[in-house]
Write a protein that binds this ligand. Sequence first.
Ligand code: ADP
Length: 659
Amino acid sequence: MSTIASRLFPAPTSATARIVLAAIYAFSYVALDWISYFQPILKLGITPWNPQAGLTFAYLLWVGPRWGLVTAAAAFTAELLVRGAPANPLLLVMSSLWIAGCYAGAAAVLGAQVANRATLGLLPAVKFAAIAVLASLLVASGYVALFVAGHALPGAAAAGGVLRYWVGDVNGILMLTPLLLYLRQGGRGFAALSGRWPEVLAQLATLALFVWLLFGIDVSDDRLRFFYPLFVPVIWIAVRWGALGALVAALAIQLGIAIALHDAVTEAPLIDLQILMLSLELTGLLLGAVVTERASALHRLAAGEAELRAVLSAAPDAVITADPVGTLRTGNLAANQLFGMDSEVAAVSLHQLLPGLQLDTDNSRRTLTATRLDGGQFPADVAWVSLDPPAHPGWLLIVRDATERLRAQNEAQERDRVMARAMRFAVAGELASSLAHELNQPITALVSYLRASQIMAAAGSDADDRLAGTLTKASNEAIRAAQVLHRLRDFYQGSTSPSARADVLQCCASVVELLGNRPQKQGVQLSIESPVAVPAVQADRIQVEMVLHNLISNALDALSATEAGKVLVTVSKDSGRVLIGVHDSGTGVSEDALPQLFEPFNTTKPDGMGLGLAISRNLVRANGGDLLYRRSSRLGGACFEMQLDAAPRNTTSPQSGEA
Ligand code: ADP
């Protein structure tokens, strides 16, 4: 159980330490009882100031309520030694047990109630005071009732006895328990006194003066009216030093009263004074608790602010606050460095630093051109939020120099462009060279045969019978040339074997791998959605991958570089077909552009060839499927859907087919 007591008073650990502590406590109990034993009722322990109750409460909070028996023993010893056994021993044993039981119970309740508080804030102070008041009322009533029942006290004195005992105990507890608990902490707060001694001395002098006023002047008829000025120094001390200061002051006053009245036993109205003391202590305790609470709240606030300042000054991005019209209020170190400002930012306006910035709440991120105070410009990523009460109304902006990011992005795009161009040249070169190689032979032969035919057909020639054969050879060569062209076109269109078979999910995975980190760099979220089991399709794997790659590349092209977009590849089954959709969150294809969308050389891109969709559709159709366009119902942009036949289950041909 973590309680105020266990936090402030770590319990002694060894058995010997506990026994020594119990002995010190019992001795102090008897001594305090003896010191404060004046104005008793009938020589009983019913006196108007009982500091031993405060000691007991602190002791039981420290070591735990089960040590209440030590309290009982101490109370019994005090009855014997201080008061010389004023009643029969059984009564004394019972009353001692009663005192110990009540305070052990109160310590147990307070331990559970006032948990996890190292300082005496208002709530713990109120709980502490309330439990002290109730417990001591219980002790006083029980004690007096026992003595009345045992005929050691006349019934007529009971009410007065309870009041006197109760006030005495409450006084003792309110004054001493918090002080003892605090001293047990090591009294760290006394360090705060250093450097403030003049004030402390002034407060002590005022206290002494007012105590002297109370007892030094001979006005025996109405001494108590001089008590009220004592509130002034106690409130002063409570406000400056918190609850503990007020309690130290109350203790000083109490000692002053005790010393002053020690010899004037009959004359002074000590019980009345003690009731006033009680009010003084409660005022000091509660007022001081409020002050302590406020001080620790201010301390927490200051600590939080200091941490925030450290975070801001170490932040790599510029953090700026501005008032509602855009005049800068604060800027961190990074802001000063980024915009070339000195630490005085008050005269600078946001419109000066970020001319294109429009502070609307809908869109709170943008890449803008920023201007340094020396006039230099740079691209900047800017994010902002509006500041609302309780913050000072205005704006908070985070600005990051985007030069490096944009340069890296441009470089990546440039690399992509160069690669795509190189690829196209390579394909064109490959086609041209194989075309040249394959056609060279038949065309050369064709030309020779036609020349020979010319000669043979010339007037006067006698080689008519060879002419027919030569023409046949020429036409054969022409047919061969046509076949070469046909084969090349087949290669280009990717005609495929009817037994080819491709695993669609594997195709998707290898295309995603091929794209590398292009989607991430573009800030696009690329995802694949498919049922767990998708049948293989009857198509060439390489060609399916080529089409997918082309469709996803187009989708990425359609998403602007600055806005976070989405590309989704869906795979589904529709009777005997597998449908592979490539959706994007771009603007889609306009109605006007739809008729020529799949036509060759149709492009809206500055460096596009306009062949991708035409080739893709040819490839899909060559595999017995189709490629269609529609608007995406999932992401709102374009959706290109590849439809392919599912492969029969028993197809055993290889996964990949060479085109
Ligand atoms: P290229 O990519 O070389 O332009 P394509 O045949 O692949 O050739 O595409 C032709 C045109 O179709 C593109 O220029 C573009 O205008 C349009 N297009 C293709 N895919 C999309 C898409 N996902 N969103 C919007 N338009 C697209």
